[in-house]
Write a protein that binds this ligand. Structure first.
Ligand code: GLP
Length: 243
């Protein structure tokens, strides 16, 4: 793992955006694995700025998102499809037909998982997978558990995650309790991984991910097994790291 510690969230966002922009410059038809949540908002803003300045061209880029809430359509303001449209896709020259997010309304969960993984295979795999990390160490919606799932699957969200994500909903009762999530296999198959984490509430997960033993109880720790991971954290998220 290559670790970069930045002063603050702004610097983190700029560094992460540069890495993504570099990937697109090297391979204009790159397949980007994208993430939602608060963490990537700043880097998406940077990418939009770079695009408007003529520095990044998304016309040949394909994106595959990590996850989607079960029961929410892409028009729902809290859906991850909506988030991606609002925070990135609507502001750059990407062809929306080349942007993939699991279908939160799929009736047959197993079929949806198979379909999504087959799509990623068909695209030739992910060149760069962007990740955030949950306070409890989850990546995508692979929650801490005895066992983790390889492929895209339907999963129950933990109480902790429902609580953490309730900040985006009118009430905690509105937070979906299940989601479709890319599995650990789908994440680990990416050629390169870029994980970002900001703020003190991530410090424990960041420490476990980087310095702890590899355990399904902290899914981010599995990234220690990947050969090309860049972790960018700000000083607050790095505060429990020993070195
Ligand atoms: C969410 C998402 C993850 C995200 C994580 C952290 O539940 N499923 O993909 O990385 O939790 O979110 P945030 O960046 O808002 O802290």
């Amino acid at each position: 793992m290559r670790l970069i510690i930045t002063k603050n969230y702004d610097e983190l966002s700029k560094k992460a955006a540069e890495i993504i922009a570099e990937t697109i410059k090297e391979k204009p038809n790159a397949v980007l694995g994208l993430a939602t949540g608060s963490s990537p908002v700043g880097l998406y803003k940077e990418l939009i700025k770079m695009h408007k300045d003529g520095e990044v061209d998304f016309s040949k880029v394909t994106t595959v998102n990590l996850d989607e809430y079960v029961g929410l359509s892409g028009e729902h303001p809290q859906s991850y499809r909506y988030f991606m449209n609002e925070n990135l896709f609507n502001h750059v020259n990407i062809d929306k037909n080349n942007t993939y997010v699991p279908n939160g309304l799929a009736e047959d969960a197993e079929e949806e998982g198979r379909r999504y993984d087959a799509k990623i295979e068909e695209l030739g795999g992910t060149d760069l997978q962007l990740l955030g990390i949950g306070n409890n160490g989850h990546i995508a919606f692979n929650e801490p558990a005895e066992e983790l799932v390889f492929g895209t699957h339907l999963t129950d969200l933990t109480e902790e995650t429902i609580k953490a994500n309730s900040r985006f909903f009118a009430s905690i009762k509105d937070v979906p309790t299940q989601a479709f999530s890319m599995g650990i296999g789908g994440i680990m198959k990416a050629k390169k991984i870029l994980l970002i984490a900001s703020g003190e509430e991530k410090a424990e997960a960041v420490k476990g991910m980087i310095e702890g033993n590899i355990t399904t109880k902290l899914p981010g720790s599995l990234l220690q097994l990947h050969h090309d991971v860049i972790v960018i954290v700000d000083e607050a998220a790095a505060k429990l790291l020993s070195k």
